[in-house]
Design a protein around this ligand. Structure first.
Ligand code: TXA
Ligand code: MG
Length: 358
């Protein structure tokens, strides 16, 4: 298949590009398109053959359910049986936006979308391009992140092309996505409501609307959820080189990362360090010789003082250091608050258990 790429203005997308995307969706094809979180790989959610093509293109296991995107809250009833008062309150506050609600499934949604579950993940996205395509096609759009399975999520059209060129009909390129981490997933079929994946809406903001909300621990998300959210598996977002995550008191973490980088470099490895700007400034004098020799490279992930920028830059930073000539990636943990919780979650998954507490 030949993949067409159309550039679109993120704020005022041209009607021709939107209509082209809607036409592909109506005939059962695949369109990669920007949402405010990450690029999604979209298909008509009510067309089971089209949905099957998503799994084939991504090489995603059929046991991993998809998120269904709808144009507005009034369309939720086409895919979910009911919206509780709590669901309505969360929708009212956070939609359109990076929040996904797990609700009882409507029969019209093919089992392929939900991996056979009786629940469906739904969100109303905020990106003007995604909203325009939803309005033009008139159908709910099932869309996982537009990456190959177990690759970092795409925040730029170039990431989508790297992973899916020749596997999708059309890519709408609207530049980098503004949030950068995926939506927060709240399971409203659990009691109390359960955050299954931290994301673009911070847990602190959810609690302002709903005080009684639990957060799945990484261990719970990994083991006990099983079939319910296999996308929560630890082996996810993994770059090719092993990534080790360092957490603990900041000064101690910085000294330990520097020491380990020097040790690996001395052993002939090429090391990449992923960290917020503030950490890289303190690391610089400790690894100056190794950096000058080309044995250690550094890649900023936003800044501690600006979590939104850190979230926006995270996946691009991971892809940037994921090079054949990098043997090892060392990352410092962000603060575990606000958007930092989502960033930490993605780094933990990328680390696949290689976490050093200093
Ligand atoms: O921001 C986002 O959420 C992006 C954009 C494209 O909307 N989408 C995204 O989709 O991240 P994906 O497929 O990469 O992640 C969806 C997650 C998976 O971990 C999946 O297991 C979970 O949602 N999920 C979907 N339906 C579910 C359900 N019925 N119950 C529990 N988890 C569900
Ligand atoms: Mg994904």
């Amino acid at each position: 298949m030949q993949t067409t790429v159309l550039e679109v203005d993120p704020d005022a997308p041209a009607a021709a590009a939107i209509e082209a995307a809607a036409a592909v969706l109506r005939r059962g094809g695949l369109v990669a398109l920007p949402t405010e979180t990450v690029y999604g790989l979209g298909a008509n959610a009510l067309d089971r053959d089209a949905v099957g093509r998503i799994f084939a293109a991504k090489e995603r296991p059929a046991t991993d359910p998809l998120i269904v995107h709808v144009a507005d809250v009034s369309q939720v009833s086409t895919v979910a049986r009911e919206m509780s008062a709590v669901a309505r309150a969360l929708a009212e506050r956070f939609w359109p936006g990076p929040l996904t609600l797990i609700l009882p499934k409507q029969a019209a949604v093919p089992g392929e979308v939900t991996a056979g579950l009786d629940t469906v993940a739904v969100r109303v996205p905020a990106h003007p391009v995604m909203r325009a395509v939803l309005a033009a096609c008139g159908c709910p759009i099932a869309a996982p992140s537009a990456n190959r399975f177990s690759r970092p999520s795409p925040t730029r059209a170039a990431h989508v092309r790297t992973d899916l060129d020749g596997r999708v009909d059309l890519i709408l390129d609207a530049g980098p996505t503004p949030v950068g981490v995926e939506s927060t997933i709240v399971d409203l079929t659990a009691s109390p409501a359960l955050v299954r994946r931290p994301g673009g809406v911070p847990v602190e903001a959810l609690r302002e609307v709903l005080a009684d909300i639990a957060v799945a621990t990484p261990a719970e998300a990994d083991v006990s959820v099983g079939q319910v959210a296999p996308g929560q598996l630890l082996k996810h977002y993994a770059p090719a080189a092993p990534l080790t995550l360092y957490q603990g008191a900041r000064d101690a973490v910085i000294r330990r990362v520097a020491a380990d980088a020097r040790t690996h470099a001395a052993a002939g490895e090429r090391v990449a360090i992923l960290a917020p700007e503030e950490d890289l400034i303190e690391l610089a004098p400790l690894i100056a010789a190794q950096a000058a020799g080309g044995h250690v490279i550094t890649q900023p992930v936003g800044a501690r003082r600006d979590q939104a920028r850190a979230a926006r830059e995270l996946f691009d930073a991971v892809r940037t250091v994921d090079l054949p000539r990098v043997d090892r990636i060392l990352a410092t943990a962000p603060d575990d608050t606000g958007l930092g919780r989502a960033i930490l979650d993605r780094l933990r998954r990328a680390a696949e258990g290689r976490v050093i507490s200093v």
